[in-house]
Design a protein around this ligand. Structure first.
Ligand code: NIG
Ligand code: FE
Length: 417
């Protein structure tokens, strides 16, 4: 067995076996001077106060002395685009001198620029490029990450991306949850016949992705000049028929009806929601859709328009925060940075942020029974952070707090190693 001792705070997030809402989002289940036992199967055997746990530690057990650090569940990053070729540092510079994200997209850059680079890459190239980012997620304390396709936009290139995700899952300790995002943009060769692209997604891509079990979820970028509400509905209904869970990029750049559509389809999540109004929030609530808020993209696009997190929490929504890591709108893999933005710009308390980044995020990916809290039976995905108090994670920003990261009870990253 593995024993973790000498934690200033063991932040367990233990509680009801469902996403946390309202005041529950501020209850972290903190055990002061806590300790934890992990079995040989990589699962948590027991958590408790040090004086209860220490007598159970045997001579053969490996002991991790947390050195008066905090220990918490690994972050679950429930919205990310971590597989792509190339970067868009040139567009970043263009935006710095005044171009907007939408102007760059309309001129053929943006997502379509990453599509050209990703199509030119082999599966091996993609795996190699993406492993660099795997390391970044781990060193930030993330143990599970969603991985969307959406930079291939042809049958072969979408399959190539999803196969790369499958390999990353097998070849790295990070846990990837694959999402098919063939409807991320209309590719160059279909600009004059967009209806044909939608048919390609529905008739060829979705059946293949489902048949090869390459994705658990389907996502659509529902936005003015990308996919309309009606187009998004058709694609998501087809995905549902293939038993994929539904996610949706909704109301990011305009109030385009995405949240309402997510509610109508009882999607698992509606993501972004910068422009969602009170009626949209009410619709998400009545349909039980989890909002996934992505303040990194608001920040990196230089916008002031953060989503209405407080109204969503007050409405009883099980809020999630995530990085949206991607080469365009949000080039950060750092969940601690997202926690900082959640508190400074969305007025979430540090505790609400942590709940949104762990247990609520895990439920939004269908992993709530497996990870996202430190409770007996769950996979031992946890992280030692160099803080004495959990609030420091969001408060000290721009530094890396993670000291050591464990996935399934095995060391996945240690600072300085
Ligand atoms: O979530 N909004 C659409 N998709 C991504 C951006 C992807 C990109 O720019 O490459 C997002 O912001
Ligand atoms: Fe996104």
């Amino acid at each position: 067995m593995l024993a973790v001792i000498n934690c200033t705070q063991l932040i367990t997030l233990q509680g009801a076996a469902r996403p946390r809402v309202g005041a529950e989002m501020r209850e972290l289940g903190i055990i002061e001077d806590g300790a934890m036992l992990v079995g040989r199967d990589g699962r948590i055997a027991r958590v408790g106060a040090r004086r209860e746990i220490e007598p159970l530690i045997g001579d053969e057990d490996e002991v991790i002395d947390a050195g008066r650090r905090i220990v918490l569940p690994g972050f679950v990053d429930a919205h990310a685009h971590p597989v792509f070729a190339g970067t868009r540092a040139g567009e970043f510079e263009q935006r710095a001198v005044g171009a907007t994200y939408q102007e760059i997209a309309q001129a053929g850059g943006g997502i379509r620029a990453s599509v050209r680079a990703t199509r030119a890459a082999t599966e091996d190239d993609l795996v190699a490029a993406s492993k660099r980012y795997t390391g970044w997620f781990l060193r930030g304390g993330t143990t599970t990450v969603e991985a969307k396709s959406g930079y291939g936009l042809s049958l072969a290139d979408e399959l190539k991306m999803l196969r790369a995700v499958r390999r990353l899952n097998a070849e790295t300790p990070l846990q990837y949850v694959p999402t098919f995002l063939g409807a991320h943009e209309v590719p160059d060769e279909y600009r004059a016949r967009r209806a044909d692209y939608i048919e390609l997604i529905i008739n060829e891509m979705l059946p293949r992705v489902a048949q090869e079990k390459l994705a658990e979820f389907c996502d659509v970028f529902c936005e003015e000049r990308v996919f309309t509400v009606d187009e998004s509905r058709r694609i998501l209904e087809a995905a549902c028929a293939h038993h994929l869970g539904l996610r949706l990029h909704a109301d990011q750049l305009s109030l385009s009806g995405g949240a309402q559509l997510a509610a109508e389809l009882h999607a698992t999540t509606a993501d972004h929601l910068e422009h969602t109004d009170a009626a949209g929030i009410a619709a998400l609530k009545s349909a039980g859709v989890q909002p996934v808020l992505l303040p990194g993209s608001v920040y990196a696009l230089g916008s002031q328009k953060y989503p209405a997190a407080r109204a969503m929490i007050e409405a009883g929504l099980a809020v999630v925060v995530a990085t949206d890591f991607n080469p365009g709108s949000s080039p950060t893999p750092s969940m601690p940075l997202i926690l900082s933005l959640a508190s400074t710009h969305m007025k979430m308390t540090p505790a609400e942020g942590l709940t949104a980044a762990t247990i609520n995020a895990a439920y939004s990916l269908g992993r709530g029974g497996e990870t996202g809290s430190l409770e007996a039976g769950k996979r031992a995905d946890f992280c030692l952070h160099d803080c004495a108090d959990y609030r420091e994670l969001a408060y000290f920003f721009g530094i890396e707090h993670a000291h050591a990261v464990y996935i399934g009870g095995r060391l996945a990253f240690r600072r300085g190693a």
